[in-house]
Write a protein that binds this ligand. Structure first.
Ligand code: PGA
Length: 244
């Protein structure tokens, strides 16, 4: 995986790829490419977001191979415990060593019809379990409402969080039209969106979250996006390649 400069976060969203055996193999290969301890102290952080079933493997083998990887989950239940078949709680993820949780990724928003209350519950439960929610926001249409839509998605979660909780959220700008496509949003667009999100959340809530970008980032274009004042990248397809 490419390592951006400090203090960036390179978050690898594996989506529904990589079973636990493939995860083990990936970490073993990474341990060869990335000698023990490399990456620590440089300030850049690599985090993988495997499927739930691969988290334990990633936790155990990144520790035993000495690979400096943080762990994140792709989703979390808005409930704490109980009769919620199929759901995984924040405390379970915390016990698996997760540091981050994706909240409101556009694929979860669409496929699970997540409500605002559920997104708030997911963010709150993650924070209560000492994890950092990465709140994904972004407009659906390229020529549509644009950045205002992303700001509204961020606002609707931030408005129900306490000031202490707001300070713990990372926001990832992910225009839906750029995800899984052949091209990223333009650097100007990403920069405008990051500035708009920062200004909006500062003005309305006094919050200044770290802003990531996601949407077709790969080894060929990441360099051109590094100078935009972002806090890092959320990478999908390209992060499945060990060479990234
Ligand atoms: P992609 O996915 O890099 O494959 O476009 C990004 C994402 O879904 O966050």
């Amino acid at each position: 995986m490419a390592q951006p400069c400090a203090p960036w976060l390179l978050a690898a969203n594996w989506k529904m790829n990589m079973d636990h055996l493939q995860t083990l193999e990936f970490i073993r290969e990474l341990s060869v490419l990335l000698p023990r301890g490399e990456g620590e102290g440089g300030g850049a952080e690599m985090a993988i977001f495997p499927p739930f079933t691969s988290l334990r493997t990633a936790q155990v083998f990144s520790a035993s191979y000495g690979v400096p990887l943080s762990l994140g989950a792709q989703d979390v239940s808005p409930h704490s415990s109980g009769a919620f078949t199929g759901e995984v709680s924040a405390s379970m993820l915390e016990r698996l060593g997760c540091r981050y949780v994706l909240v409101g990724h556009s694929e979860s928003r669409k496929n699970h019809h997540e409500t605002k209350e559920e997104l708030v519950g997911k963010a709150k439960n993650s924070i209560a379990s000492r994890m950092t929610p990465i709140l994904c926001v972004g407009e659906k249409e390229k020529g549509g409402e644009g950045i205002g839509e992303a700001c509204r998605q961020a606002e609707e979660v931030f408005c129900d969080l306490s000031p202490e909780e707001r300070a713990k959220v990372i926001v990832s700008y992910e225009p839906v039209w750029a995800i899984g496509s052949s091209t990223t949003a333009s650097p100007e667009r990403i920069s405008d969106a990051a500035c708009a999100l920062k200004a909006d959340l500062l003005e309305k809530f006094g919050a200044s979250p770290r802003i990531l970008y996601g949407g077709s980032v790969n080894e060929g274009n990441i360099e051109s996006l590094k100078g935009l004042g972002l806090g890092g990248f959320l990478v999908g397809r390209a992060s499945l390649r060990i060479s990234f």
